[in-house]
Design a protein around this ligand. Structure first.
Ligand code: GLN
Length: 537
């Protein structure tokens, strides 16, 4: 079958959930047996979001091949149960860099290099190249930003050209907002009409309109949108606010989104989607038998998106334990020795988040000490693991001045230190230790039981590591290094066997949890929280 290209644009407002709609469609097509991949085109000029503060753009999601990408790729992996890569997230920065490199090489010798055709050709190249990389039936391309943004213009033009060239191999979906005006007691279609007009001015007629709305769309409203936006009645799809993002594929299926996409791309025969496993997950998520309270200690607490994958992994882990997890987001900057018990004594487990820089480190260390001394299950991820190493040094090994050289360069006891091959790096973008690395697990350890494997592969994003000079001192004090990267002799996992559940990991398990394959560390961590709660009854 020829590859079909689905484009998802957004209008009226940002943050409507284009990523979730695109991922839900991918989920439905995959459940129908198609080979599907999905990518995000981001109109900003950064090469990737790796250099962005999480407050700017939410979490930076890391793929197996070590790309620092938009958080929507996390949704793609969680909804489609696939692995994405560098090719699944392209920015204006990447596009221009490629075109400029070609110009310097002399590829366009004699020609004026322009947005049309050179930039638009490069955009199409990234889309088509992805299709070829896996002989996919469907490539879903989400265009970041909102129609009408100056930055989006070349992307819309590239889509227009592809539709012109490939006809009904392409389908364009436009996501808009149908706001409810309380004073008038009405849903309003005008913003959608304007947004579609805007698209039409740029030469793109959407085939399907997905409407985010707080209330069901009446027949009249649907007719109005169809008539004024030039689409069939059945191609006006409502997307009503859902309790959980994981309901969206089912809701959109009920509305016929997948059927409309198949129709528009001329596919007449195909099986109904098999959504059994998805529905099982959702049932467990929405009908929990237990509940626990978990503290998430980090410094980007004002924005949930900053720890997106951690929240989602916790929800996967909760569902597989039939357990509702209430996550209490606690700013590490607020924690100190005197108030740590007030914040944490009611928690069934404590997770200390990844991060960078020195802000909030002391609070993280306080939280870890509290978890360690009070036998509360503890999971430390990346910086969270590094803080556990510092905490143990100061309190158990009696190295009061122990620190990470990220926090205190030149400190007397750098138990966490810059990795050797990081010392010569000066650039900031894409220069960390990124993506998949293997890790061997020690037989008989907690993590060996949890993973049920001798060797695992997890994703990384860090510059600092455990300083092996202190290894024997830690071991002599009951700390077990239960996961090791043997190639580079890097300590990847620490455990305290004397504690009910104390695990610190240098990697990021949260990037690998999906609905159909919840990550075992999170599943086990939630189970430990439940056990802890039970033991206190
Ligand atoms: N800042 C730490 C490092 O670079 C931890 C990074 C992280 O938590 N992702 O090693």
């Amino acid at each position: 079958m020829n590859t079909r290209y689905v484009f998802v644009t957004g209008g009226v407002a940002s943050s409507l959930g284009k990523g979730i709609v695109a991922a839900s469609l991918g989920n439905l097509l995959k459940a129908r047996g198609f080979k599907v991949t999905i990518q995000k085109l981001d109109p900003y000029i950064n090469i990737d979001p790796g250099t962005l503060n999480p407050y700017e753009h939410g979490e930076c999601y890391v793929t197996g091949d070590g790309a620092e990408t938009d958080l929507d790729l996390g949704h793609y992996e969680r909804f489609l149960d696939i692995h994405t890569s560098h090719a699944n997230n392209v920015t204006t920065g990447k596009i221009y860099q490629a075109v400029i490199n070609k110009e310097r090489r002399g590829d366009f010798l004699g020609k004026t290099v322009q947005v049309v055709p050179h930039i638009t050709d490069e955009i199409q190249h990234w889309i088509k190249q992805l299709a070829q990389s896996g002989s996919y039936d469907f490539v879903i391309t989400e265009i970041g930003g909102t129609v009408g943004d100056i930055e989006s213009l070349p992307y819309i033009e590239a889509v227009r050209q592809m539709k012109w060239e490939l006809g009904d191999q392409c389908v364009s979906i436009h996501l808009t907002l149908v706001p409810y005006l309380r004073a008038a007691g009405e849903l309003k279609t005008k913003p959608t009409q304007h947004s579609v007009k805007n698209l039409l001015e740029q030469g793109l007629q959407p085939d399907i309109i997905v409407c985010r709305t707080e209330y069901e769309l009446s027949e009249n409203i649907r007719k109005k949108i169809a008539l004024f936006c030039n689409v069939s009645y059945n191609s006006v799809i409502q997307c009503v606010d859902a309790k959980s993002i994981y309901e969206v594929p089912l809701n959109l299926h009920e509305e016929g989104l997948d059927v409309q996409v198949l129709k528009a791309t001329g596919i007449t025969e195909c099986k109904e989607p098999d959504l059994t496993q998805w529905k099982d997950f959702l049932y467990k998520l929405e009908h929990p038998k237990h509940n626990v309270d978990i503290a998430l200690v980090g410094k980007y607490t004002a924005l949930k998106d900053a720890y997106k994958s951690i929240y989602e992994s916790i929800s996967h882990g909760g569902a597989s334990n039939d357990c509702a997890v209430k996550v209490h987001s606690i700013s590490s900057e607020d924690l100190n020795e005197n108030n740590v018990a007030d914040y944490l004594s009611k928690m069934n487990a404590i997770l200390v988040a990844p991060g960078f820089g020195s802000r909030g480190i002391d609070g993280k260390i306080q939280a870890i000490r509290y978890a360690r001394e009070n036998n509360i299950p503890f999971l430390g991820i990346c910086l969270g693991m590094q803080c556990a190493v510092i905490e143990i040094a100061r309190d158990v090994l009696n190295l009061k001045d122990a620190n990470s050289s990220e926090v205190e360069p030149g400190c007397a006891n750098p138990v966490i230190d810059l990795m050797e091959d990081q010392k010569k790096i000066s650039g900031m973008g894409g220069t960390m230790r990124l993506g998949n690395y293997k890790c061997s697990l020690v037989k008989g350890s907690r993590v060996y039981d949890i993973y049920g494997a001798d060797e695992i592969q997890e994703r990384h994003r860090h510059r600092y590591e455990f300083n092996n000079k202190y290894l024997s001192l830690y071991e002599a004090n009951g700390v077990k290094f239960t996961g090791v990267n043997k190639n580079e002799n890097l300590m990847e996992i620490i455990e305290l066997p004397s504690h009910p559940w104390f695990v610190g990991v240098q990697f990021h398990p949260e990037y690998r949890s999906t609905v159909l394959h919840p990550h075992p560390l999170f599943v086990n961590f939630i189970a430990a929280a439940m056990k802890n709660k039970e033991s206190k009854k």
